[in-house]
Structures are given as C-alpha cells and as structure tokens.
Design a protein around this ligand. Structure first.
Ligand code: FES
Length: 105
C-alpha cells in the first residue's frame, strides 16, 4: 500500500459494534468499519453496484452483504464474492493505534 498517505483517526475501537459493521462519518465520506475475529477492516460505505449503504447490510464473518440487491464483498480485500456485485469495493489500510482505529486515505 502507499506508504506516504497519513494515518487518520476514524473512531475509538471501543465504540465499534462487536463482530458487526459500524458507520462512521469521515469528512464528506461515510466509512464502514468492520470488527471481525481476525481484526478491523474499513471500506467506503457506498455499494459500488447501486449506491446502497453497506452499513445497513448483513455482516457475517468477513463478508458484508448489501441490503439492496444482496451483492456481497469480502471486507479483507474488497473482492466481490456474490452477484450482482462484480467490482471490488474500495477498502482502506487499517490499524489500531492507542485504542483508535486509523485508516490511510
Ligand atoms: S446496491 Fe449493492 S448490490 Fe446492488
């Protein structure tokens, strides 16, 4: 990943819904932050198929299912795993620093 983009604070890790997706407003964007058994991941909240809010979808393990047409994405790499979603979603490099979730944007 590009190393020169700064890390930016998104949300305190303690405020994330456990094993679920949490919506975070970040500037003009809405970010979906996913708490999973293998760590924390983040993506744009807007589904690239039809613009639905993925934060209203169903989250299971590492897969977020869109609430509108049930397309699905793997939150670890953004890969589309279920039609009608075909293109990868935008994911962000994510880390937790001093209890705060940070992403590179
Ligand atoms: S808007 Fe998300 S699958 Fe269609």
């Amino acid at each position: 990943m590009v190393g020169d983009k700064p890390w930016q604070d998104v949300i305190e890790a303690g405020r994330l819904e456990k094993n679920w997706v949490t919506r975070v407003e970040f500037g003009r964007r809405v970010i979906a932050v996913y708490d999973t058994p293998s760590g924390i991941y983040a993506s744009l909240a807007l589904c690239n198929h039809g613009g639905a809010d993925l934060c209203d979808g169903y989250f299971d393990g590492h897969v977020i299912e869109c609430p509108l047409h049930q397309g699905a994405f793997d939150v670890r790499d953004g890969k589309a795993v279920s039609a009608p979603a075909t293109r990868p979603m935008k994911v962000f490099e994510t880390r937790v620093e001093n209890g705060v979730v940070q992403i590179r944007v």
